[in-house]
Design a protein around this ligand. Structure first.
Ligand SMILES: [Zn+2]
Length: 103
């Protein structure tokens, strides 16, 4: 269904979300029967999508991660210049990259 492609996945279980149609309004809901998370209320289609997709904490974390990745790139440059191949420093760098989801 094309409409669900506009919805982010469920923040709790990661399942696809779907729009439930009321009489002439909509509600977004998780499609996983064991979860069925939703945002209370009925909305226009556009509002239901916007409300479901609004994730202030996710957005803030994404911004923080982007800043940390930028700092990490700076540290990598620094360490590669100054660590003299120190294996501990390089291992720490690799573990930090993994923690930030970089491969
Ligand atoms: Zn869910």
């Amino acid at each position: 269904m094309r409409m669900s492609e506009e919805l982010k996945r469920c923040p709790f279980c990661g399942s696809p979300a779907e729009l439930i149609r009321g009489d002439d309004d909509y509600c977004a809901e998780c499609s996983n029967d064991k979860c069925r998370a939703d945002r209370p209320g009925w909305w226009t289609k556009e509002e239901a999508i916007r409300v479901w997709n609004t994730r202030p904490r996710e957005s803030r974390l994404a911004e923080e991660n982007a800043k940390l990745r930028e700092l990490l790139a700076g540290w990598k440059t620094f360490w590669l210049r100054h660590s003299d191949g120190d294996e501990h420093a390089l291992a720490l760098l690799e573990r930090t990259r993994e923690a930030l989801g970089e491969k």
